[in-house]
Design a protein. Structure first.
Length: 88
């Protein structure tokens, strides 16, 4: 893992990106402290893997819904819901 200052990274960005493309991880520092990384890009699989979730739940004994949401969840609240009686 290579460490470079922000100034050096500005001056050598093209070369550092080439190094990252070759698999190297570069840590960019400010006053000797890490602030960013230049790493190789990797494609990420998007979305949720529902099959993996189903297997995970099955392995742990979760069958069915874990949370029940009532049908009236989105219904408007009554007008007096937030009105509090005055205290003496």
């Amino acid at each position: 893992m290579k460490h470079v200052s922000i100034k050096e990274a500005k001056d050598r960005l093209t070369a550092l990106v080439r190094d990252a493309e070759a698999g190297e991880h570069i840590v960019v520092t400010r006053n000797g402290k890490p602030v960013a990384e230049i790493v190789p890009h990797r494609e990420r699989k998007g979305g949720i893997d529902f099959e993996a979730l189903r297997r995970w739940k099955e392995e742990r004994g979760y069958f069915g819904k874990l949370v029940e949401i009532p049908d009236d969840f989105d219904d408007p609240l009554p007008e007096d819901f937030l009105i509090r009686p005055e205290s003496d």
